[in-house]
Design a protein around this ligand. Sequence first.
Ligand SMILES: [Fe+2]
Ligand SMILES: [Fe+2]
Length: 313
Amino acid sequence: MERFLSPDELARDARFKRSPSRNELFRTLPDDVGSVVRILEKIAPKLRERVEDTALEAVFDELGPGFAFLTNAGAQSEVDRTPLQLRLQLHGIFVGELQALEAASRTLWDFPDAPWQFKMDMARQCWDEARHVQVYEKLIKHVGGEVGEFPENTFLFEVSCADDPVMRVAGVNRCLEGLACDAFRSLIEYGKAQNDDVIAQAVDFVLADELTHVRFGSTWVKELTKDDPERARLAKEFQRETDRRFVFGGGRTVAREERLEGGFSEDELEELDEILAVGPSRETLVEAAEILRDRHRARARGEDVPPFEDVGG
Ligand SMILES: [Fe+2]
Ligand SMILES: [Fe+2]
């Protein structure tokens, strides 16, 4: 069997549609309403293409190229979600769990010379992630959604293609599993606030596993780099770079308690807060998205819409 599988080789059945990652774009947008409007209008046809034949196509047609900020912005920190936001978030987590399963199993397979306990931990993680896939598949049904109704991007698996096991666990276990802790903590709060015990309890069970996975990362980065300060430095740099890739415009709250339990230090949490503060604010993105929506609707009504000027925007 082949080692070091590339993301486009991940096997999916006919229900799934693949879309390229948008995170890079979100992170590089300036914190300025006018610029965000101009950039998104320019790439609108491309964004439209990415959602074609999925449930997001109708959302794009209704809200225009800034739709993601009107459906996603703040979704992780509020106890409120529209039915579409909830379906979209659960679906995103579902494909994330699928890729986490693929990432952990590839790490187990790609490094035959790794310590036995490292492989056992990765195997344990596979078992957990397989269960998470099933839990989220059921939660998608619970909220009236359907597997494959939204496009899947493979950003998670892309982070898990490093050719050094230390970078794998630094990127996947410490960044992505940490990100999962943040998202799941807020989803539990949502479930509680909405009296949806199914969501609150199911996600609580999953979160208990995720912080174990963060701990695997903390333990193995330390263990595998203990006699190699240069490799330790590279792992830290890779972790920072990965965290920077997942800044979604100010909408994320860090699950401090879970991360501390998973082996993060106070200094690391402080550093993470600094990383998350970079990029456009949620307010900027939502304001730009509202302008984009109004201009999109005007165009749909057949009105002549001039290039966007900052005046009044
Ligand atoms: Fe998981
Ligand atoms: Fe996990």
